[in-house]
Design a protein. Structure first.
Length: 224
């Protein structure tokens, strides 16, 4: 029997949810709640805390198809960040097709997720393995095809300031406009010379030929 008694699954595709609930049920877990919207996931977490019956495990996708309903939390990543703040002890498994190294690293580093299972061939078996690993050994789990990410040093030297530069450039802010933009946002340092030096460092780091090339590389990594 599993130590997990109460599980919440955030998944908006019925067929995938059914396969997830089957995997969870194989552990003898009887209470599995399901939501299709991140807003609902947060509400259920808050309700469980208020009732002093918090969830033991949260399994969530990262991408949710927009529809007629207006939502405040649009991605699983946003939901996980908020939920982690409410329940530090909650075990969290991400179950997603996303394979961008920076995003996955960020989820482990910043949201303290316990496992990342990549949707694809044999992913249900991997999901079961993830549940076993985080339950029995209290260790993290990462799908075998993504193991290279923990060894990838590409993004280790990139900090939040660098990421902000790339993100602003990716939405159309020009290099010349960055100084004013950073001052508006209250980001320091914001001098033109500092920004130019950082941008030069980023191009060297990623071996980018120019700013457009840098943004393309950053998007591939999930930074922008």
């Amino acid at each position: 029997m599993s130590l997990f008694k109460k599980v919440l699954v955030a998944e908006d595709i019925d067929s995938i949810f059914l396969s997830v609930i089957k995997a969870v049920s194989d552990f003898g877990i009887t209470q599995v709640d399901h939501v299709k919207y991140c807003d609902d996931a947060l509400l259920k977490i808050k309700k469980s805390i208020a009732e002093k019956e918090p969830y033991d495990l949260f399994i969530s996708d990262l991408s949710f198809e927009p529809d007629y309903r207006e939502v405040k939390i649009k991605t699983g990543e946003e939901a996980i960040a908020q939920i982690r703040g409410l329940l530090p002890q909650l075990k969290i498994i991400v179950y997603s097709v996303e394979d961008k190294s920076f995003k996955i690293k960020s989820l482990f580093d910043n949201c303290k997720i316990n496992a990342y299972v990549h949707k694809g061939r044999n992913s249900i078996d991997q999901l079961k393995k993830a549940i076993s690993v985080i339950e029995e050994n209290d260790q993290i789990y990462l799908s075998p095809n993504l193991q290279y990410i923990v060894k990838d040093k590409t993004t280790l030297e990139i900090d939040d300031y660098d990421i902000k530069i790339i993100q602003e450039l990716s939405i159309g802010v020009t290099q010349d406009e960055l100084e004013v933009r950073f001052k508006e946002l209250g980001i320091t340092p914001n001098s033109k010379s500092t920004i130019e030096k950082r941008l030069g460092k980023l191009k060297d780091h990623f071996r980018a030929n120019n700013t457009v090339h840098l943004i393309a590389i950053a998007k591939d990594l999930g930074i922008a």
